[in-house]
Write a protein that binds this ligand. Structure first.
Ligand SMILES: *[C@@H]1O[C@H](CO)[C@@H](O)[C@H](O)[C@H]1NC(C)=O
Ligand SMILES: *[C@@H]1O[C@H](CO)[C@@H](O)[C@H](O)[C@H]1NC(C)=O
Length: 305
């Protein structure tokens, strides 16, 4: 009994890695992880799927790819009217790389994710990178296998952090999952499949609230540090950064990974740092200690800062 309770707890504690190919692309479908369905009222993790196109390994990367991505013919939206918090130059760049929209940027409690400090969970993002940043944060509804593809989904938030020290505080409702990434210096592109080609932060809020850094989309992405303050706002929280409590691709999988047993959760131990394994042998876990309410600080740094 004790063992099965423990197992149930472990199964429900995961933050889920994100598929790095877009489902509309050819290739076999692989479900990389599933959540426990046994108590959907308390956990809203998403099922994650990944299609594995044969072109993935041979895709050209680097400047050539990037230049092709930045092309006004890709624009799917207009910047003639801007959402709160997004500059015109940043909006134009987002359109040029093929994103679907500017972002919801709700300024009031919409039950999901909004700008402001009045929600049960608050996330503060700080630019410490010495270059202009655009925070891109999305909500991952249950069973939406394209939630992280910004050429196919409008982000919940897109926010300009133009200078070192620029910051924004967001509210996140309980019981939902999502993730974020960052456009650095108006030069980060989308991957060929439409994800922001940089380091991700992933979260699930609610009873088994978990947050972590994931490097599975781009192992050479820009650095980020996530610090959790607990339920009562106290310290002693877990830290996830580029080498601590972080999802990384295993040796030999290249710069990008995500299929079964190709990645690891490194150095995740200590108070509120949870590491486990799902029934398929993939690591699960991340930084906890903020069930039903907490504050997360995210510091976005650059290679030179
Ligand atoms: C974004 O806005 C749309 C339209 O109002 C709404 O249906 C959706 O739930 C919102 N999503 C988020 C994450 O705010
Ligand atoms: C990964 O991120 C780095 C840092 O932003 C960037 O230079 C690079 O082009 C990205 N993509 C790949 C495939 O390395």
């Amino acid at each position: 009994m004790v063992l099965s309770c423990l197992l149930l707890f472990i199964l429900q504690t995961a933050a889920y890695p994100i598929p790095n190919t877009r489902p509309s692309d050819v290739g076999p479908l692989q479900e990389i992880q599933t959540r426990s369905e046994s108590d959907s009222s308390v956990w809203s993790g998403t099922r994650e799927f990944m299609y594995v196109p044969s072109v993935l390994k041979t895709m050209p990367k680097g400047p050539e790819n990037h230049n092709r991505a930045r092309d006004t013919s890709l624009a799917q939206f207009s910047c003639s009217s801007l959402v709160y918090g997004l500059s015109a130059a940043d909006c134009v760049y987002m359109a040029e790389i093929g994103m679907l929209g500017q972002g919801n940027n709700s300024l009031e409690d919409n039950g999901l994710i909004w700008i402001g400090a009045d929600g049960p969970n608050t996330f503060t993002f700080v630019n410490a990178a010495d270059v202009p940043l655009i925070l891109i944060l999305w909500y991952a509804p249950q069973n939406d296998d394209q939630a992280s593809f910004m050429n196919a989904r409008v982000p919940a938030i897109s926010y300009s952090l133009p200078n070192t020290g620029s910051a924004v505080e967001l509210s996140v409702a309980n019981g939902l999952s999502g993730a974020w990434s960052t456009i650095y210096d108006r030069s980060t592109a989308l991957t060929a499949f439409g994800q922001v080609d940089n380091t991700f932060g992933e979260f699930s809020s609610g009873v088994y609230a978990t947050v972590d850094v994931s490097r599975l989309v781009n192992m050479s992405g820009d650095p980020m540090t996530i610090m959790v303050s607990g339920e009562s706002g106290g310290s002693g929280g877990c830290v996830s950064d580029m080498s601590t409590c972080v999802y990384t691709c295993d040796a030999g999988t290249g710069n990008s990974c995500g299929t079964e047993r190709t990645y690891s959760l490194l150095n995740c131990g200590g108070p509120n740092a949870v590491k486990s394994m799902d029934s398929d042998g993939n690591p699960t876990g991340g930084c906890q200690g903020w069930s039903f309410g907490g504050h997360i600080d995210i510091v976005l740094t650059g290679p030179d800062s």
